[in-house]
Design a protein around this ligand. Structure first.
Ligand SMILES: NC(=O)c1ccc[n+]([C@@H]2O[C@H](COP(=O)([O-])OP(=O)(O)OC[C@H]3O[C@@H](n4cnc5c(N)ncnc54)[C@H](O)[C@@H]3O)[C@@H](O)[C@H]2O)c1
Length: 335
């Protein structure tokens, strides 16, 4: 296999980014896409020049391919992932792996049974800024982690686009849950979360969730996320991470990345690390993630972030949702 032929399922925001990267990488080719929205399917055909099907069955019947990126809405990952693993296709599943532990188990078991690679799209693992902090923390530079804090706040337009289909713990916090497990090296044992609803009542989702975390090694953490920031803010998001250790501290502050354009009326902060096209090449984060996936398949290596990581993050997100429902602390059930 010279080039990995990849099909992308779900051609919304993330699926489109995956498709651009697969078409641009030397190691991969975009073979096809699956998209149920007919207008979106037409525009994908025009943009990428590949067949676009309305079902996984049709994709399997009509196209030769080796692997898939599953970029469907959070609750829709399991069934296609299991069917595609059974057909021998390698899986890159966008985060969260699934929104239930049973769903995670089904995907992990199908991948193992059929000897296909399974990787979860935890983008922060391929972000050079998070990677640098991970290296510093893993190298002992801050000492033993005592406290970790993460902020992942988005503009209101993002929440309106998603229209209540996903929740804050699964859409945003799951990134930092995984980053904290990776940085601190310890599992989260107990969570206590609170939320507020004043803006997005019509969508039936929380405006903000604040989750406090207890880790098995005695350290603690806090993840704050909202999706109600005013759309007129210059930056599209406000992300932070802080690791306070026994003798040091590491921080990431991404509201401004030092790149801004003012057009005479409004200032806009740019996100050069993630937007997908740069002189027809892709900036680093998603490109490195998908290159890693391709390398794991082509060279028979184990993905750095796999099914067990996906299931652990789902277990914590479920505990956060349970804590929100009960209004009390909840022990994480890893299944
Ligand atoms: N790693 C990251 O940084 C990151 C960022 C955003 C989203 N995500 C994840 O990516 C996934 C997709 O999110 P998104 O924001 O792109 O969603 P989206 O709503 O923009 O796109 C989903 C697409 O899937 C299509 N679709 C729905 N059901 C389908 C089906 N059964 N078959 C084929 N197509 C179907 C929809 O028409 C839509 O075009 C989610 O799991 C999300 O959590 C990851």
């Amino acid at each position: 296999m010279e080039r990995l032929r990849v099909a992308v399922l779900g051609m919304g925001v993330m699926g489109t980014n995956h498709a651009i990267v697969y078409q641009g990488l030397a190691e991969t080719a975009l073979a096809a896409a699956v998209e149920t929205n007919p207008e979106r399917a037409d525009s994908v055909r025009r943009q990428f020049g590949v067949p676009v099907y309305s079902s996984v069955e049709q994709l399997l019947d009509e196209t030769d391919f080796d692997a898939v990126s599953i970029c469907l809405p959070d609750p829709a990952h399991v069934e296609p992932a299991v069917a595609l693993a059974q057909a021998g296709k390698h899986l890159l599943v966008e985060k969260p792996l699934a929104t239930t532990l049973e769903g995670c188990d089904a995907i992990i078991a199908a991948a193992e049974r059929n000897s296909v690679k399974l990787m979860v799209g935890f983008t922060l693992r391929f972000d050079p800024r998070y990677y640098s902090v991970h290296e510093a923390v893993a190298g002992g530079e801050v000492g033993e982690p005592v406290y970790m804090y993460a902020r992942r706040n988005n503009l209101l337009a993002g929440a309106r686009r998603l229209a209540g289909r996903v929740t804050l713990p699964f859409f945003l916090q799951v990134h930092d849950i995984d980053a904290m497990r990776w940085m601190g090296g310890s599992e989260i044992s107990r969570v206590y979360a609170c939320a507020a609803r004043k803006v997005l009542n019509d969508l039936g989702v929380d405006d903000v969730v604040v989750s406090s975390l207890h880790f098995r090694d005695g350290s603690v953490g806090c993840i704050e996320s909202n999706w109600i920031l005013p759309d007129s803010l210059p930056a599209r998001f406000d992300f932070r991470l802080e690791v306070v250790g026994t003798h040091g501290r590491a921080t990431i502050d991404l509201e401004s990345q030092g790149v801004a354009v003012h057009d005479g009326t409004r200032m806009r902060e740019l996100d050069p690390m993630f937007s997908p096209v740069l002189y027809d090449r892709q900036p680093p984060i998603l490109r490195e993630e998908l290159r890693h996936f391709a390398a794991c398949v082509l060279q028979d290596r184990t993905p750095t972030v796999g099914g067990a990581d996906g299931k652990a993050a789902t277990a914590v997100a479920l505990a956060i949702e349970e804590s929100l429902r009960l209004g009390q602390p909840v022990d994480v059930d890893y299944g």
